[in-house]
Write a protein that binds this ligand. Structure first.
Ligand SMILES: [Cu+2]
Length: 149
């Protein structure tokens, strides 16, 4: 996670670049994760599976759902308002996963199995990269939550 002082440095650097008339990069500092076309397809399937598994699921105020499917978090990047609960739902067929907000200093979640879920309420703004304990190294199973005011 960027520290406050790093963020300030980035802002001043961007301001300096703009003052000398060079166009600023398109938020090059953004640490949001790349989403490949393959991941987009997998996430479309994950959405379908979620609807099949939980046909009665309702969109709840203050809750954002991320699905876990074939070593991916879907969507991989989410931006939420402070106070939002993110609910990670495993829609895989047999693999268990976890959510580890490691850079925020949180403990890794329990491994949760198909049809199970795990939630975390974000009480402070900031960037929260996270990973799946068993699969981040082998499958780059990582995700990102940006919490804004
Ligand atoms: Cu995993």
């Amino acid at each position: 996670m960027l520290s406050r002082s790093n963020i300030t440095t980035v802002k001043y650097t961007l301001a300096a670049i703009m003052m000398i008339g060079v166009s600023a990069p398109s938020f090059a500092a953004s640490p949001m994760l790349e989403v490949t076309p393959k991941q987009e397809k997998l996430c479309a399937k994950a959405d379908k599976r979620y609807q099949e598994l939980f046909p009665d699921a309702k969109d709840l105020d203050g809750v954002v759902t991320v699905k876990l499917y074939k070593y991916n978090y879907c969507p991989r990047n989410v931006t939420v308002k402070v106070g939002t609960t993110v609910r990670w739902v495993n829609v895989d067929k047999r693999t268990s996963h976890s959510v580890w907000l490691k850079e925020a200093g949180e403990a890794e979640s329990e491994r949760f199995f198909p049809d199970e879920m795990w939630s975390f309420k974000f009480l402070a703004t900031g960037d929260y990269p996270y990973l799946c304990g068993p699969h981040w190294e082998s499958d780059d199973m990582t995700g990102f939550v940006r919490v804004v005011d």
